[in-house]
Design a binder for this molecule. Structure first.
Ligand SMILES: [Mn+2]
Length: 270
């Protein structure tokens, strides 16, 4: 089995009972490890991740999760972490702590006779995206693209990494908390297949002749399983703090979505 999950947002100041949250995530990984060949985490597993030049004691809070990932790797399971828009600032530290392979960009893999396009999903748009949205939304998207570029600036990263971790973290976690609270107060549901950026992106890929059987994304905190006309399926994973949804690819190449319900001791299909 190959498993896909995303968006745990560990450490979020907007999620109460942080330890119970991390424990539930570890339990889910433990459950997956029973028959997993690979586990792909498609971004934003942390609400804020930054690797400073000075030792950051606060990273200790993630030791149980990191230890679990090392355990999985030791068992022979291939563990992959994609960076998301909340945890893109890793410079080798996360890979070292977890034993996982860290991906900074989307990846296409071929498994069990199927091709899968894997990405966190932030900033992915169809090539002609400006034609789909009114100017108010276009402005919002441009603002997001600008911030993403800013966060990727090497100079800015260098300067941020010089900060005392306590200062940097205060800024980072509060920034992230604001966006989490905003989302909880005003959730953005599925926009429909003519508006949802990731669906438009997948359709554009298909149109350009880059066919894949499955497109698997995180980022949106909604669960979606949509079949396109070309036969490709777009799967948006949901999250691991509110929905607790994930996807599974079996050895026949079937991709299914599930909800983790540890209370009943079973994982049931959505
Ligand atoms: Mn995200």
């Amino acid at each position: 089995m190959i498993y896909f999950l995303s968006d745990a947002h560990l450490g979020s100041l907007a999620i109460e009972r942080g330890w119970a949250h991390q424990k539930k995530l570890i339990d889910l990984l433990e459950e997956m490890s029973k028959d997993a060949v690979s586990i792909y985490m498609l971004g934003d597993m942390f609400d804020f991740w930054m690797e400073y030049y000075i030792h950051d004691k606060s990273k200790r809070q993630y030791h149980p999760f990191c230890k679990e990932l090392r355990k999985l790797a030791k068992k022979g399971i291939h563990v992959h972490i994609f960076t998301g828009n909340h945890d893109m600032w890793t410079f080798g530290g996360l890979a070292k702590l977890t034993g996982a392979e860290v991906h900074y960009t989307p990846v296409t893999i071929n498994r069990y006779g199927k091709s899968l396009y894997l990405a966190h999903g932030d900033g992915l748009l169809p090539s002609d995206w400006e034609t789909y949205y009114p100017s108010r939304i276009r402005k919002k998207i441009k603002h997001f693209i600008f911030l993403k570029k800013l966060f990727q600036s090497e100079t800015l990263q260098f300067l941020f990494r010089l900060l005392p971790p306590a200062w940097g973290n205060k800024f980072g976690y509060n920034w992230a908390k604001r966006s989490r609270l905003k989302e909880l107060a005003n959730p953005c549901p599925y926009k429909g297949e003519h508006k949802e950026e990731l669906v438009l992106f997948a359709k554009d890929q298909e149109k350009q002749g880059n066919h894949r059987d499955y497109y698997v994304f995180g980022h949106r905190h909604i669960d979606l399983d949509l079949q396109l006309e070309t036969g490709a399926r777009v799967v948006i994973l949901g999250d691991c703090f509110k929905l607790w949804t994930y996807a599974k690819l079996d050895k026949h190449g079937h991709l299914t979505m599930h909800t983790y319900e540890p209370e009943t001791g079973t994982t049931e299909s959505v």
